[in-house]
Write a protein that binds this ligand. Structure first.
Ligand code: 5GP
Ligand code: ZN
Length: 112
């Protein structure tokens, strides 16, 4: 299966890594929408939030445990936003589950 973020997780495509362990990879977005824009992904392919199940959700809680650590490391002490776009209406452009961490400035109040 051809998947951009699987290739990034396997280092077949280079990226600016921020955090890594056996199950999780975090790297800088290539087209940052804020001074800090990090993407956090499970290394194992899950297409999106619509494919999270009781069988694969362990890694989601691990990602959410890591997000505050990553935010601290990135000095987002004044707050940040976490987004996961899902499917066509959610404007998900890469079908490998990812969480955007955005911060480093006062973000737009608009959510949609
Ligand atoms: P989505 O639109 O699916 O929520 O987010 C996909 C994100 O992946 C976008 O913010 C986009 O800039 C980022 N992206 C797309 N291709 C690459 C790439 O090759 N490397 C990195 N680091 N980010 C990418
Ligand atoms: Zn993938």
């Amino acid at each position: 299966m051809d998947c951009l973020f699987c290739s990034i997780a396997k280092k077949e495509i280079p990226s600016a890594a921020v955090y890594e362990d056996d199950e999780i990879f975090a790297f800088r977005d290539i087209n940052p929408q804020a001074p800090v824009h990090v993407l956090v992904i499970p290394k194992k392919h899950i297409a999106g939030m619509d494919e999270v199940t009781a069988e694969n959700s362990d890694v989601i809680s691990k990602i959410f445990e890591k997000i505050p650590e990553i935010a601290k490391k990135e000095k987002l002490d004044n707050g940040f936003r976490v987004i996961s776009n899902c499917g066509e209406d959610g404007c998900q452009s890469v079908r490998h589950l990812h969480f955007h961490i955005l911060g480093g400035k006062k973000l737009d109040e608009k959510m949609c």
